[in-house]
Design a binder for this molecule. Structure first.
Ligand SMILES: Cc1ncc(C[n+]2csc(CCOP(=O)(O)OP(=O)(O)O)c2C)c(N)n1
Ligand SMILES: [Mg+2]
Length: 585
């Protein structure tokens, strides 16, 4: 049954790519045994409730192998869930979706898309993003466990599995994230690396010859090797070692053969990104002992085998958790309602109490200073609000300073101040991982270095995540660091990202109103561009209220009689300058 199930994943992948006349058959063929083992033997996931909070997370970082995910989501009978967290009573991925792989509206798209297909934990495709996001998921689990677990109540003890390929290992963001995960000793995180020596241009001997095991040992990971990607007992054993490993993440190097079973394409780049071709499909099926002309075949017993495996284990784990949560609710009702609210992305009552109000002041306050005050209020009002900077917290003014805020480290996983180090790209992906885990999280750096974080910001927008990116030093006028530090095109280029809310407050009260607006977003990421230098705090008895920020733009001051000769449009540092002609700053 194991082998039949694995070959079902393989042949569904082959047939879907062949039918679509595009896609990536080779990696699903090679990784079917590993993904089968993770899902059906190891992972704690209930297909009947794919958003159960304590489920294990599975990230397919080599997103081009998406057929792996569509096959297991289909074969496990994973249920579809809508944006209101309701279970719809229909499959997340139907066989018909697989038949329409990579076509418009199919729930089997070319790459995994969060929010489009239930059971997808994060959008992947840009290589490296998935593994980096998985680090945020692992931090989230540690933080949740620290805040909510109580003796006898392990409410959060899930693990994060990420499957990745050479691309994820070559991309810088993967290295940044691995370094951070190693430093933090995230022993709830396991990456399975598909060591197939193949990328699109051919053998990795032309580009990628470093000692990757040594690299991960250097990062402080536990490094394991499975020399045969078809040996599911060994894969299961390695995953068992991961479970027993404390104090460091686990990296499993899985030696595999891309296009496994294809007589002419195995171990070649040709198996990576194009259909095998009708004749090769037949030959490959023959090598698996599969009916050569059958298409999209799910043999009798395969679905039942998944139901008896992951289905039964997942249902039982969820039932135990739900029972425990009922008792927890009785004994720790405040914590239980926090968990409930967080899961629905709601804010606790009084989340905006004590927000500062800034008095009119021609000298004024810097955007970053106003932001620092606001962050320190919000983080006390919303227990699950946390974040940090890429080594610029003293400049970004993002440090949470109140009693008990603490620093997140391996031995203090309840801390709310995250230290990302100088790793902006991994920071943004990590913030996404935290947001996917239902925490409200921010990451910060200088506005100019938003460029280093941009690919993950774009994914936050695609995923409709409420990630918060705080960028200070927003103006060309911050000249002393020279041209490398002057944000010229960053504002306009971030505004161009569909679905991203970009706000550049013009004075301290606009900073407050910007946060008031941002915090209420449930499905949109935000960029806040804040000034380094003090900006005059406008006298709101003469100007329109700062709450106009929530409309994106507003008329701050109108011309006498409402008949302007010119219209001055400005944001951020330029707002007060735009008023010089009217009133002295
Ligand atoms: C950031 C990024 N750059 C380039 C690509 C295009 N691309 C998709 S797959 C691939 C090769 C990946 O090689 P590997 O990770 O070894 O995957 P395998 O072919 O072994 O499955 C490339 C370059 C991408 N998806 N993301
Ligand atoms: Mg490869």
């Amino acid at each position: 049954m194991d082998q039949l199930s694995i070959n079902t994943i393989r042949t569904l992948s082959i047939d879907a790519v062949q039918q679509a006349k595009s896609g990536h058959p080779g990696t699903p063929m090679a990784l079917a045994p590993a993904v089968y083992t993770i899902w059906n033997r190891v992972m704690r996931f209930d297909p009947q409730d794919p958003i159960w909070p304590n489920r294990d997370r599975f990230v397919l970082s080599n997103g081009h192998a998406s057929m792996l995910l569509w096959a297991v989501l289909h074969l496990t009978g994973t249920e579809a869930v809508n944006a209101d967290y309701e279970i719809l009573g229909q499959p997340a991925v139907s066989l018909d979706d697989i038949r329409h792989f990579r076509q418009l509206d199919s729930k089997a798209p070319g790459h995994p898309e969060y929010h489009w297909v239930s059971g997808v934990e994060t959008t992947t495709g840009p290589l490296g993003q998935g593994v980096a996001t998985s680090v945020g998921m692992a931090i989230a689990q540690k933080w949740l466990a620290s805040r909510y677990n109580r003796p006898g109540f392990e409410m959060f003890d899930y693990n994060i599995y990420a499957v990745c390929g050479d691309g994820c290992m070559m991309e810088g963001v993967g290295s940044e994230a691995a370094s951070l995960a190693g430093h933090l000793g995230l022993d709830n995180l396991c990456w399975v690396y598909d060591n197939n020596h193949i990328t699109i241009e051919g053998s990795t001997s032309i580009t990628f010859t470093e000692d990757i095991a040594a690299r991960f040992l250097g990062y402080g990971w536990n490094v394991l090797r499975v020399g045969d990607a078809n040996d599911i007992d060994l894969i299961e054993h390695a995953l068992g070692v991961f479970h027993k490993t404390k104090g460091r993440p686990t990296f499993i190097i899985l030696d595999s053969h891309i296009g496994y079973g294809s007589p002419h394409k195995q171990d070649t780049a040709a198996a990576h990104g194009e259909p095998l071709g009708e004749e090769e499909v037949r030959l490959t099926k023959r090598s698996y002992g599969w009916p050569e002309d059958a298409k999209f075949l799910v043999p009798d017993g395969v679905r039942e085998h998944f139901t008896a495996g992951i289905g039964a284990h997942g249902a039982e784990a969820r039932r135990r958790w739900t029972d425990l949560f009922d008792t927890y609710r009785a004994q720790h009702s405040d914590l239980a309602s926090e968990i409930d609210q967080m899961q629905r992305r709601e804010l606790p009552a009084g989340w905006d109490r004590n927000l500062p109000v800034f008095l009119a002041d021609p000298k004024g306050v810097a955007g970053r200073d106003a932001s620092g005050e606001v962050l320190n209020v919000i983080a006390q009002n919303i227990p699950w609000f946390l974040g940090g900077s890429a080594d610029l917290a003293p400049s970004n003014k993002t440090t949470l300073k109140f009693d008990g805020a603490g620093d997140f480290q391996a031995d203090s996983p309840g801390g709310k101040n995250l230290h990302f180090g100088i790793r902006e790209h991994a920071m943004a992906a990590t913030v996404n991982g935290l947001a996917l885990s239902k925490l409200r999280a921010f990451g910060a750096t200088f506005f100019i270095f938003s460029d280093y974080a941009r690919p993950a910001i774009r994914l936050a927008a695609l995923m409709e995540l409420p990630s918060i990116f705080i960028f200070t030093h927003d103006a060309m006028g911050d000249g002393e660091d020279g041209p490398t530090h002057q944000p010229v095109e960053q504002l306009i280029s971030l505004r161009a990202i569909p679905g991203l809310v970009t706000l550049r407050p013009g004075d301290a009260n606009e900073v407050v109103e910007a946060y008031r607006y941002v915090m209420q977003l449930r499905h949109q990421p935000t960029v806040l561009a804040l000034s380094r230098q003090p900006l005059p705090t406008l006298d709101r008895s003469k100007y329109a209220p700062a709450s106009g920020v929530a409309r994106g733009a507003y008329v701050l001051a109108d011309a006498p009689g409402g008949k302007p000769e010119v219209i001055l449009i400005a944001s951020g540092s330029e707002v007060s300058a735009s008023q010089w002609s009217r009133l002295p700053p």
